[in-house]
Ligand binder design. Sequence first.
Ligand SMILES: C[S@@+](CC[C@H](N)C(=O)[O-])C[C@H]1O[C@@H](n2cnc3c(N)ncnc32)[C@H](O)[C@@H]1O
Length: 254
Amino acid sequence: MDNQNLTNRYSTLASWVYHLDKPIGRSFGDIEFYSQRLQGISGKILEPATGNGRVLIPLLEQGFDISGFDASKEMLDYCKAEVQKRQLNPELAQERFEDFNLNSRYDAVILPAGSFQLITDVNIAIDVLKRFKAVLNEKGKLIIDLSPLSCLSEPTMMARSWKVKDGILTLTETREEVNFLTQTTTSQLRYEYWSNEGSLKSSELDYFSLRFWGIKEFELALKHAGFTAIKTYSNYELSSNIDSQTHTITFEAY
Ligand SMILES: C[S@@+](CC[C@H](N)C(=O)[O-])C[C@H]1O[C@@H](n2cnc3c(N)ncnc32)[C@H](O)[C@@H]1O
């Protein structure tokens, strides 16, 4: 089977699970942190890979002029429904990191939740950083979350479930490959939607691939793409140092 078409696609059941598991405003400390790092910005902000609007909507509600794009129509549909409920009207487009085409210029580009790691080819990732730079105003800033390299060696095999009105949604993740040369992992994600009577209503197979970056390596990539004044933060805290307890590294660059 060619996994490529099934990789990182956030299709029907995957988007449903994301929206149940990470609804609008569910924070890992990131929403407060990003809001704090964006204080003073009154111009436009872009969130590539907006998803269901988990972060975008709270930031909109705080008064930031934020717009987004995402490759997945299903994820964007959740976002559109949620903004409509709140009578908000951000610009939302179905675009991909690799070839997004936007006419506006932004004061900030933000990528919480490790979305940047979904780009598994290092050369494409660097091109994408250049594309972010190209849509930023001269003094604009980029804020990106990454998980540490140590995640490459963490075991994964997990099963989770969510109760829904007429049944149950399950997700089983099996690690298929860890490639230390390319610093990538690939997992098989099996989503199943069961009725209350125990019959399978639908299922979906996705592959989930991530690339993990060294800290210095990512700093060099940012510099290569033209960014300067690079700062790093640990676990969404302003004063913590990056150490063995760090589960999220946030890079901020101008
Ligand atoms: C982990 S979710 C993050 C959603 C949201 N930013 C948040 O913080 O909750 C990753 C998102 O990246 C999107 N995505 C995956 N590949 C993409 C690509 N090549 N271009 C743009 N978005 C992509 C997925 O559709 C998904 O909505």
